[in-house]
Design a protein around this ligand. Structure first.
Ligand SMILES: [Zn+2]
Length: 464
């Protein structure tokens, strides 16, 4: 068999790997590269492989760095289906359209300037129509239902506990008379995180492609999240400021809403206005509400107890732009949860622009911030932040709840693989991490008994 690593190889975003079994090229994920604008522009438009040569695609989950370039893949000639779980298909439908809309608006904005300068105009990465075509290619398969992809190649999606619908992909195949099992983690979630079930253990794995995002980190226990959030909300109530939370529309937003709901219920925080200010987050929350098969027992019990996890007094989902703009002039205390998660686009930029210079306010970092993103610069407490081409001093408090991460840390990932059994793993490939995390985690896997561990570079090929 052959492994070809196209994206998230030696870096975090742009997840995309090809495995070739019995001559069939199977693409695992097709994510957007997110980082420096010029580099992203080039990488997302130019695949390192020929889309028409791909025979099938398996999608681990709906996060844009795993799914967001699927419409480009189809636009450039991929003819096959895209297999994923039911919830992933529902989430991708809203994500693809939203991404196309943002791309179109961004290009319109840039083209105005380019037009004046007499330069050639850009095309959006993909249009809304192209996003809609991509949605028709999604084929959903429930968790734990094994299906035949090709002769001698079977696939099963297991719950990864990372976001709604996220899957650890198991591929069992026979090649040269030998039966083997490959596991692709997509992103692995933490255990005991609200809403979602824990990652499913898969035994007797021979080949492993694993994420390594926090391969060099230890998160505080998941149980610490609620206490820390309570503290921050109460601080904001004291200062009369705004708690601004850049959050991924899928996953972080719903987790924050549920925790605030519970804190409110338990009387631990005052009633204050809480705004989810992102149309995409509102739509994603509806998908979260629909897919109860993905919920953990505690969330199901919460509903049985008469509660609605994503709806409570004081919580508003703003959809209208005017409603969003009105928040600029409204006085605190209040909480604004908005997208995008890495502060690269969307309404969050307006809230940051209007609020980061005021020391009464707090920005809460609630998820991973890739290198060179505005979110990373805020997380690093850089004194000045550039937003829409203008510089703003960062005087607001910046706090972080790393326990809110949707990714398992080094110890949780190791524990997961030890429970799967490391002795059977002949080759592991560490992807989806910054260099330090990749090196650290690959060393940890070797120590844990994996025979061979590799850190692939982009476009690197391994024949085994
Ligand atoms: Zn993810």
């Amino acid at each position: 068999m052959k492994f070809t690593f196209n994206g998230a190889a030696g870096e975090v975003t742009g997840s995309s790997h090809i495995i070739t079994i019995n001559g069939k090229n199977i693409l695992l994920d097709c994510g957007l590269f997110q980082g420096k604008r010029k580099e992203s522009f080039e990488k997302n438009r130019n695949f390192l492989f020929k889309p028409e040569k791909i025979n099938a695609m398996l999608l681990s989950h709906a996060h844009m760095d795993h799914s967001g370039n699927v419409p480009t893949l189809i636009k450039k000639g991929y003819q096959g289906d895209i297999y994923c779980t039911d919830a992933t298909a529902d989430l991708c439908e809203i994500m693809f359209r939203d991404c196309a809309y943002i791309q179109t608006k961004d290009v319109e904005y840039v083209n105005k300037r380019r037009g004046r300068q007499g330069k050639t105009l850009f095309e959006p990465l993909y249009s809304i129509e192209e996003a809609e075509v991509a949605c028709t290619k999604l084929r959903s398969v429930p968790y734990e239902k094994t299906f035949k992809l090709f002769d001698d190649i079977e696939v099963t999606f297991h719950d990864a506990g990372h976001i709604l619908g996220s899957a650890i992909v198991e591929i069992v195949f026979v090649e040269n008379g030998q039966k083997k099992k490959l596991l692709f983690t997509g992103d692995i979630g933490r255990t005991d995180i609200p809403i979602l079930k824990d990652p499913v253990i898969v035994k007797d794995v021979n080949y492993l492609i694993t994420e390594s995002t926090y391969g060099d980190r230890k998160h505080p226990p998941a149980s610490d999240v609620k206490g820390k959030l309570e503290e921050l909300v109460n601080e904001i109530c004291e200062s009369g400021g705004k708690l601004i939370i850049p959050a991924f529309s899928i996953g972080r937003t719903q987790l924050l809403v549920l925790l605030l709901n519970q804190l409110h219920d338990e009387g631990k925080i005052r009633k204050l206005p809480i705004y989810v200010d992102s149309p995409l987050s509102s739509k994603a929350t509806k998908v979260y509400s629909k897919h109860r098969e993905c919920w953990d027992k505690a969330t199901v019990d919460f509903v049985i107890g008469g509660e609605r996890p994503f709806d409570f007094e004081g919580l508003h989902y703003t959809e209208d732009v005017n409603e969003s703009m009105a928040l600029n002039n409204a006085s605190g205390p209040m909480i604004i949860i908005s997208a995008s998660g890495m502060c690269e686009a969307g309404r969050i930029l307006h809230h940051l622009k209007n609020n980061i210079a005021d020391p009464k306010n707090t920005v809460l970092i609630a998820g991973y911030m890739a290198m060179n993103t505005t979110g990373r610069k805020i997380a690093e407490h850089q004194p000045e932040i550039k937003i829409f081409g203008e510089i703003y001093p960062l005087a607001a408090k910046v706090d972080e709840i790393s326990a809110l991460s949707a990714h398992a840390d080094k110890y949780e990932m190791l524990d997961y693989f030890k429970r799967c059994g490391t002795a059977s793993i002949e080759h592991a490939f560490c992807v989806h991490g910054e260099q330090n995390a990749l090196e650290h985690f690959s060393g940890a896997l070797l120590e844990a008994g994996v025979s061979n561990v590799h850190i692939p570079s982009p476009d690197e090929v391994f024949e085994l």
